[in-house]
Ligand binder design. Structure first.
Ligand SMILES: CCCCCCCC(=O)SCCNC(=O)CCNC(=O)[C@H](O)C(C)(C)COP(=O)(O)OP(=O)(O)OC[C@H]1O[C@@H](n2cnc3c(N)ncnc32)[C@H](O)[C@@H]1OP(=O)(O)O
Length: 249
């Protein structure tokens, strides 16, 4: 075992297989942890989720990257038109370092994943003038066992641009079956189905959030830092697929 490697951490092969299952199911792309979002958030989420975190970004982000950075390639699945669904998915492996008093994964870690997923759905890109969390309500439905694969599926369900408000939801589900199964026997579903797939997916927690667009613009210095992060991030992106759930909100 690698020095400093957490006991029970999935091997790179297992993680890759898991991510492939996700890509197949949702038509998503994996972006390396150290890229766009991870670099923007050197915080609890980035650090605590250890090495096996895939940030799966909405197509609005990917489209922009593809335009400005030819290294990013985008391919449609050929079945449905590319739809910029205002959603986002985070896949994560939650290991022993995230143990809470319940014996399972700490609620703060769960809230962080849910928050980040809705934040990604709300912000069309990593925008220095973007939306921030004003309110987050988390319902903890089941204890998340340590060493689980989890997936947060987030989407925006309402926007009030004039009032700078944006409402989102996210569901944190067990992805263990996806991680273990060599092939998955169900096809990509509309967003509506993904919202309430309780029969197939073990729901751990869900959240609703209000995001509010910041009133004041950031300074030019911050904008420059942000673009540097973007440039750095895109160097690490290798292959990308359009996230095109066939249903728009
Ligand atoms: C791509 C990367 C995605 C990453 C996502 C990361 C998300 C995060 O973790 S952000 C970090 C945590 N959040 C923060 O630090 C935010 C701190 N808070 C703030 O900056 C401010 O309070 C802020 C911007 C939310 C609102 O302040 P302000 O601009 O003064 O808002 P204000 O004009 O009073 O209110 C605007 C509207 O929002 C409503 N509102 C504001 N805050 C709240 C709240 N907490 N609860 C309910 N409603 C609220 C107001 O009632 C008002 O509604 P309406 O227009 O209907 O009257």
């Amino acid at each position: 075992m690698d020095a400093g490697r957490e006991e029970g951490l999935p091997t790179p092969e297992v993680w890759s297989s898991f991510v492939r299952r996700l890509e197949e199911r949702y038509g998503l792309c994996e972006v390396p942890r150290s890229s766009l979002l991870g670099s923007c958030r050197p915080d609890f989420l980035s650090h605590a989720l250890q090495k096996r975190v895939a940030f799966l970004l909405p197509s609005a982000v990917l489209g922009e990257l593809a335009t400005t950075h030819p290294i990013v390639s985008i391919a449609s699945d050929g079945e449905s038109p590319a739809v910029a669904v205002p959603g986002a998915v985070i896949a994560a492996y939650v290991g022993r370092s995230l143990q809470g008093p319940s014996g399972g994964v700490h609620g703060g870690a769960i809230a962080s994943i849910l928050d980040a997923s809705i934040g990604m759905a709300t912000n069309p890109r990593s925008d220095p003038d973007g939306y921030v969390t004003a309110q987050l309500v988390v319902n903890y439905r089941r204890i998340v066992p340590l060493g689980s694969y989890v997936v947060a599926i987030a989407y925006v369900h309402d926007r009030e641009p004039a009032r700078r408000k944006c409402y989102g939801m996210s569901r944190l589900v067990d992805a263990g079956a996806l991680a273990r199964t060599p092939s998955i026997g169900f096809s990509r579903k509309p967003l509506e189905a993904a919202r309430r797939d309780a029969t197939r997916e073990r729901l751990y927690a869900d959240a609703t959030a209000l995001f509010v667009r910041q009133r004041a613009r950031r300074s030019v210095g911050d904008a420059e830092a942000s673009s540097q992060v973007l440039a750095h991030a895109t160097q690490k992106i290798r292959t990308v697929r359009v996230w095109n759930w066939p249903a728009a909100l």
